[in-house]
Design a protein. Sequence first.
Length: 230
Amino acid sequence: MAQPGGPGGEEEMEGGGRHRQQQQRRNDDEAWRRWAVLVATVWIQALTGTNFDFSAYSSALKSSLGVSQEALNYLATASDLGKALGWSSGLALLHMPLHAVLMVSAAMGLAAYAVQYYCLVASVAVPYPLVFLVCLIAGCSICWFNTVCFVLCIRSFSANNRSLALSLSISFNGLSAAFYTLFANALSPSSPAVYLLLNAILPFGVSILALPAILLCHTNDQPPPKCAQA
C-alpha cells in the first residue's frame, strides 16, 4: 500500500484529481446538452401551434375556394381531426430516429400549408377535397411536433426535473398565435396569405435550427445513460 507522502500516494492523488476533472467536464457537457434540448423544445412548441391563426385567413380561404360557411367549418374541423391521427407519430418513433420524425413533421406542415397558400395566391382552382386532406395533415403534424418535444424532455431529464421541463415547453405553445400575429403584421398586415406562408416556413425553419441540439444529446434511439439520468 502506498504511503501518503510517498511517490505512490502522490500518483494516486494526481490520478484521482484527473478523474474528478474529467467527471466534472462530462457533467458540464451533459448539463449544456440538457439546456440546449430544453431551448430547442421551447422554440419548437412556440412556433408550431399553427392551428391557432386559422381565423386570420379563413375568410380569404373561403372566398378563394368559393365554398359555403359550412364547408369552411369542415376545414377547421379537419385540422382538429388530424390531431386524432397523432398516434402515428408513436409508430414512426418505433422505426425512425427522433430527428427524422421531427423533419417528417416539418415536411408535413410545409406541404400542407403550402397548398393552402397556393389557394390564396394562385389563379388556378384547388379541389376542395385536396384542401380538406391537407388540413388533416396540418393538424397531424402538430401532434408529431408535440410527440417529439415530449420524448426529448423525457429522455433528457430525470424524473425529478422532467415535469418542469415538460411544463415549460408546453406553456410556450399558447404563444404561437401572438408570435404569428407579430410576424404577419411586420411583413404584410393586409395580406391573410402571409399567415399561411409563415405556417409553412417557420416550423420547418425552427426544426432545422433545433437539429444540432437533438443530435448532440440523442445520437440514436437509446440515449447514453449519463444523458438520460440528468
